[in-house]
Design a protein around this ligand. Structure first.
Ligand SMILES: [Zn+2]
Length: 170
């Protein structure tokens, strides 16, 4: 019998960093919005009403979340201008991820209403999940393991290159 190894050497720096961070209690998205310590900061873009951050447990490379800055747990509780802005950023995020990674399609998702819906974070957010032709491999199907061909830092770097699209620039 032999063992298979998946090398994830970038985790070492993550584990080292973790020790230095303060534990953060409270809503993680509010923490990111306020730039608090202890929250893994993967912000691609932020303005007064909303932000676009990397999902740190991505389904695929380029998986981002579009989040209102204000802590709101129901879509209908957003002001019209906040909701309009949120979905404007969803559309622009699609544009950005398309430029960066050329996916074949997207899944968009919101889980509203707590645990029943699978929402682990109550602060509403829109998942923007790019889909690629071959995004289910052997490990995903048989091993409940996601093999990411690229690190989060690399994804962040690449998306930041196209983050100007989130401002509506051409
Ligand atoms: Zn919140």
């Amino acid at each position: 019998m032999y063992l298979n190894y998946i090398w994830a050497t970038d985790r070492m720096s993550y584990m080292k960093n973790k020790k230095k961070m303060q534990p953060y209690k409270g809503c993680i998205f509010c923490g990111v919005a306020k730039g608090k310590l202890g929250v893994i900061n993967k912000v691609i873009y932020k303005d007064k009403m909303a932000m676009v951050i990397l999902n740190v447990f991505p389904y695929n490379r380029g998986h981002v979340q579009v989040i209102p800055i204000r802590h709101v747990e129901a879509l209908e509780d957003l002001k019209d201008e906040e909701r309009d802005h949120l979905f404007k950023l969803v559309a622009r995020s699609i544009k950005m991820v398309k430029k960066a990674f050329e996916p074949k399609g997207f899944n968009l998702g919101m889980n509203i209403g707590g645990e029943l819906t699978g929402a682990s974070i109550k602060h509403i957010h829109v998942q923007v999940v790019p889909r690629y032709k071959r995004d289910l491999g052997f490990m995903e199907v048989t091993g409940s393991t996601k093999v990411m061909p690229i690190t989060l830092d690399q994804v962040q770097k690449k998306l930041k290159k196209y983050a100007y699209l989130l401002k509506g620039d051409k």
